[in-house]
Design a protein around this ligand. Structure first.
Ligand SMILES: Cc1ncc(COP(=O)(O)O)c(C=O)c1O
Length: 380
């Protein structure tokens, strides 16, 4: 079955009433068959039919065995980080979502977990890794600089050392990139973004094939309680059904906007792996079916006024987040990535004039006009 068919027909089917949408089970608890046995559902923190349906759907579109739906993307990341024990170490690429960095830089120390920031995994020498390295955590393309990591290469090298490979696939979704097929062990998402697709829920997903690891993660999630509510599970399922068609439009809009940005003097550099000028272009083409719809660029502050530019935009809302139908614009250094120390931001390239766009599915001519009007208005 094709991706869109699976997205629309995957998950559970309502056998009883034949509703085409699997119902919302708003019940915290479920009556049990007898004193000796536990029914399929017991208590909604552990399992809920609506959540189980979207978990199956998310696993189906990934071509995977197991899915766990969490209360946010950070709950998914936190769940995965629970696999790290005291004394163990994770390798993480140097630009990741700011909340992930906030977790790593603030909560690992008291847990006795170590981390190493890797500038470029593509030429990282896994032969020299410490014995306590147990996990590699990658975002590709990375947030906010859109750097591309070779998942297959990293997974092969890491597995030789018995290291677990986790990919935050939020920017790509299963429609564009399948990290498990490229050798990763766990794929996770902020489903708040493209999966939900309408900026109306927070959700996270952890997807994997390994039965033992799944049982462990499921146990931990039931213990910690960061689960997705039945209503949000329903909305997430609804969002996933249109993921493919939305992304087709996101992608074509994003490429046109990236090309537009590359051709004007208001930008100094444009970061989008769908542009031939991007250093990860070939690799992105090899391992994914598209470049996504997040574009970053360096704003030319010598000739243009950033404040005036942002205030003039009508269609791009000045807001964090991404992956919704509407276009957004943000400044990572003071917004999504403010948890990075200033020196680290500078070192990585998250400068104050770095701007990130989440390109929505509006008419692209209107989006380009909106940007063009704002650039013209802000010219010094
Ligand atoms: C790549 C990535 N991973 C994880 C997260 C965290 O997700 P959430 O905001 O749903 O907790 C985000 C949020 O922006 C993100 O962009």
């Amino acid at each position: 079955m094709g991706f869109n068919t699976t997205a629309i027909h995957g998950g559970f089917i309502d056998q009883e009433k034949k509703a085409v949408n699997y119902p919302i089970y708003l019940s915290s608890t479920f009556a049990q068959p007898d004193v000796e046995h536990e029914g399929e559902y017991c208590y909604s923190r552990g399992n809920n039919p609506t959540r189980a349906s979207v978990e199956k759907l998310a696993a189906d579109i990934e071509g995977a065995k197991h899915g766990i739906a969490t209360s946010s993307g950070m709950a998914a990341t936190s769940l995965v980080f629970e696999l790290l024990n005291k004394g163990e170490k994770v390798l993480i690429n140097d630009n990741v979502y700011g909340g992930t960095w906030r977790f790593v830089s603030n909560l690992f120390e008291k847990r006795g977990v170590e981390y190493e920031i890797v500038n470029n995994f593509n030429d990282y020498d896994f032969d020299k890794v410490d014995e306590n390295v147990k996990m590699v955590f990658i975002e590709t393309p990375s947030n906010p600089l859109l750097e591309v990591t070779d998942i297959r290469k990293v997974a092969d090298a890491a597995h030789k050392k018995g290291i677990l490979v986790v990919v935050d696939n939020t920017f790509m979704t299963a429609y564009l990139q399948k990290p498990l097929d490229l050798g990763a062990d766990i794929v996770e998402y902020s489903a708040t973004k493209y999966y939900g697709g309408h900026s109306d829920i927070l959700a996270g997903l952890v997807i994997l094939n390994d039965d033992e690891l799944f049982t462990r993660l499921k146990f931990i999630n039931n213990t910690l309680g960061g689960i997705l509510s039945p209503i949000d599970s329903f909305l997430l399922q609804r969002g996933i059904k249109t993921l493919g068609v939305r992304l087709d439009r996101h992608l074509s809009n994003a490429l046109k906007i990236a090309e537009y940005l590359e051709g004007i003097d208001a930008t100094e550099e444009v970061y989008y792996p769908g542009l031939k000028s991007h250093k990860g272009y070939e690799l992105q083409k090899k391992q994914a079916n598209g470049a996504g719809a997040v574009i970053s660029f360096k704003f030319n502050e010598n000739s243009y006024d950033l404040d005036k530019f942002v205030s003039k935009l009508k269609l791009f809302s000045f807001a964090v987040s991404l992956g919704g139908v509407e276009s957004l614009i943000c400044r990572p250094s003071t917004m999504t990535h403010e948890s990075y120390a200033k020196e680290l931001q500078e070192k990585i390239g998250i400068t104050p004039n770095l701007i990130r766009l989440s390109v929505g599915i509006e008419d692209v001519e209107d989006l380009i006009k909106d940007l063009d009007d704002a650039f013209n208005y802000s010219r010094k």
